[in-house]
Design a protein around this ligand. Sequence first.
Ligand SMILES: *[C@@H]1O[C@H](CO)[C@@H](O)[C@H](O)[C@H]1NC(C)=O
Ligand SMILES: *[C@@H]1O[C@H](CO)[C@@H](O)[C@H](O)[C@H]1NC(C)=O
Ligand SMILES: *[C@@H]1O[C@H](CO)[C@@H](O)[C@H](O)[C@H]1NC(C)=O
Ligand SMILES: *[C@@H]1O[C@H](CO)[C@@H](O)[C@H](O)[C@H]1NC(C)=O
Ligand SMILES: *[C@@H]1O[C@H](CO)[C@@H](O)[C@H](O)[C@H]1NC(C)=O
Ligand SMILES: *[C@@H]1O[C@H](CO)[C@@H](O)[C@H](O)[C@H]1NC(C)=O
Ligand SMILES: *[C@@H]1O[C@H](CO)[C@@H](O)[C@H](O)[C@H]1NC(C)=O
Ligand SMILES: *[C@@H]1O[C@H](CO)[C@@H](O)[C@H](O)[C@H]1NC(C)=O
Ligand SMILES: *[C@@H]1O[C@H](CO)[C@@H](O)[C@H](O)[C@H]1NC(C)=O
Ligand SMILES: *[C@@H]1O[C@H](CO)[C@@H](O)[C@H](O)[C@H]1NC(C)=O
Length: 627
Amino acid sequence: MCVRASLVLLTVAVCVCLCACDVHATTYYVSPAHGSDSNHGKSPSKPWKTLAKASSHRFVSGDSLLLERGGRFHNETLFIAPVDGFVLGDYGSANLSRPTIVHYRPSTKSYVNCVELVDVDNAVVRNIHLAGCFIGLQFSFTPGRNHSNVLVDNCHLRDLHHPYESYQPSDPQWARAISVVGSGGGAFVSNFTVQHTTATRIDTFFGSGGVFISGLNLDSNTVAQCGGNCYGLSGGTDMHITNSVFLRDAPETLFLYGTTDVIIGTISGDNSIEDCDFNTRGEYEAGPDGCAIDFETSAMGFAIRGNTIYRSWGGGIMVFGHATTSHGFNISDNTFVYAGCVQPRDDKAGIAFMCPGGHKPSGLVSDNVFVTCDGVPAMFDAVKGCSNNVTKINNSIDGTAVVEQPQITFSPPPPTSNATRVTIPALAVTRTANATIRYTLDGSRPTTSSPVVPAGGVAITWPGPDIVMNVRAFHAGMRPSITNGVVIERSLYRPRGSAGIGYVRSNLDALTVNASSGGEAWVRGWAVDTSLPGLGREPVTVRVDVDLQPVAYVVASLARPDLVAAGVAPDPNHGFNLQLSGTIARSLLSGNHIVDVFVVDSPMTRLQPTRVALSPMCTCNGVVCPC
Ligand SMILES: *[C@@H]1O[C@H](CO)[C@@H](O)[C@H](O)[C@H]1NC(C)=O
Ligand SMILES: *[C@@H]1O[C@H](CO)[C@@H](O)[C@H](O)[C@H]1NC(C)=O
Ligand SMILES: *[C@@H]1O[C@H](CO)[C@@H](O)[C@H](O)[C@H]1NC(C)=O
Ligand SMILES: *[C@@H]1O[C@H](CO)[C@@H](O)[C@H](O)[C@H]1NC(C)=O
Ligand SMILES: *[C@@H]1O[C@H](CO)[C@@H](O)[C@H](O)[C@H]1NC(C)=O
Ligand SMILES: *[C@@H]1O[C@H](CO)[C@@H](O)[C@H](O)[C@H]1NC(C)=O
Ligand SMILES: *[C@@H]1O[C@H](CO)[C@@H](O)[C@H](O)[C@H]1NC(C)=O
Ligand SMILES: *[C@@H]1O[C@H](CO)[C@@H](O)[C@H](O)[C@H]1NC(C)=O
Ligand SMILES: *[C@@H]1O[C@H](CO)[C@@H](O)[C@H](O)[C@H]1NC(C)=O
Ligand SMILES: *[C@@H]1O[C@H](CO)[C@@H](O)[C@H](O)[C@H]1NC(C)=O
């Protein structure tokens, strides 16, 4: 009996645990358009509204937080406290843009993050669009416990820059799309993956500091216009960049110490850059370097295989070295096309060996193909004998061995088109006859198994989430072309003309003057500029003029669910109810006055303020009267 009883108890105990786990793993929803922070947030019909609400929630193991697609969070930061098995993702129609967290930063408040996750394990962040902040995704780890398994998948990041007016000749204070930091020293994270993620107009894509990363997989990502040192690999082991594309990266301001696509610091173990394309790494005019890959300090054992480096401003690969230098590298099977041809300094050619401190690097350079320019060698020693310890075998210079870069061109609808949804073919061509052009839409470098661009183009439907289209051309007996690509910012698509798009809609509901309590006056109404993203989800600013003089401004963002019901606004947050100052209110109590309300400073009103419907209203001796 005793045995049986304890078995029963055991069964009960196990059941309770399972049920408890199930009950506690919850999916929460956030919708900036349809949510309310007084909702329970546990279903798409009762979502929370703000990231502040989500940030104040204490998530437990296995919880998910899903943000609504098409939704835009302004000036909000999502903060996730330590949690295991957390998922940050999206819900809603896949045709809408990814949920977007966008910041508008003035010069004085500039170091704001979009998303910060602290001490997460087994975490997933997917399908999120981040813009305008200083750091897109910040992962912070504290020492004391080892962290593991982070996956960033299919996110898009854009317009992440250093604070305005912060230029330092030696410290550019670059913004980061994805940042991994440790506090206090001794922080450790293993198995950190970023894949199928794209970014444009950023300072850096990936950087880390104060944390040891064991197992970093940066796979199938594309960056365009990544201006600073775009990827930084240091302070870790087993770090890999694979199947990724770098498009036209150049700084947008002068930095006196040079920029590069991948800067490799002090690192050992099994590390690599494989099957990536570096297309036209540039420098700001008069800046040094502009190399695709820079061995800056002392990497031990690093493979660079199967990459194409095309027209880098500085050396395709620069082997530098400060107090020490890099050893045991294996640079094999890469294609260098016109790399380092226009660099007047020593960091030129396909591979530049610098030896600034006299330390000689060692390693293997084999089976690479170089397409060179007149007067620029395939490899260059800045200091005589710098590459003496580097074994060079079976490399070749061959100007005809590589397929020409393909170009993409869209075939748009007529400029008079009013269509709110269009399918635009993206065509691709290359000058190499009979080459086959293949493409991807997931951030990866096209391979021989990627689909072929059809003769009529790849049909891409607008609007939609932002994507990158990459193309690469193949021809039997030749090395494939460099990948070319375009960031297609479909979420910003604004068709012209058609009803409800690109208009200011507004109303002045009431002007209220109250002589009691010394005089009070209120201006109430709503306004939408449908040309703002999301068909006008962003709030507009309203200006109130009294007797032709501006007296007050207010952001029209109060809840007005009736606007959605009436079909005049994409979400409810467009109301205003502004109390005028006591001086103005008292002035309205006597004489005749005109109160005029305008929408200002939005796309449709930037050149000329637009008068709100039913404005102006007038007062005669403190009573609203016909104008
Ligand atoms: C999404 O777009 C595709 C075409 O790109 C269309 O066939 C489908 O109906 C759309 N789905 C929704 C939910 O709008
Ligand atoms: C975002 O914040 C900035 C600075 O605080 C401010 O200028 C801007 O108006 C804000 N935008 C919105 C939509 O709240
Ligand atoms: C973290 O992992 C590293 C490497 O495996 C190990 O040396 C260290 O002792 C671990 N630290 C803790 C707190 O488990
Ligand atoms: C690494 O993390 C991914 C998820 O991000 C997981 O699928 C994989 O199993 C992990 N690998 C190891 C060795 O733990
Ligand atoms: C270098 O890489 C090539 C493949 O690209 C491989 O065949 C070779 O064994 C490697 N050599 C060393 C010394 O790692
Ligand atoms: C030398 O390089 C060529 C062209 O890259 C390659 O086809 C060949 O197999 C290589 N030969 C050896 C001995 O590795
Ligand atoms: C590099 O070459 C020098 C001679 O030029 C030699 O003394 C030194 O040991 C070599 N170092 C390595 C790491 O091979
Ligand atoms: C392209 O194909 C045509 C017809 O098959 C052939 O005549 C021509 O030589 C090819 N050109 C190249 C560069 O392959
Ligand atoms: C687009 O809309 C405008 C204004 O409503 C109209 O004048 C024009 O004819 C429309 N164009 C087309 C191609 O339908
Ligand atoms: C006017 O203000 C007084 C005092 O604040 C208030 O009791 C009264 O309801 C107000 N009247 C109107 C019409 O708002």
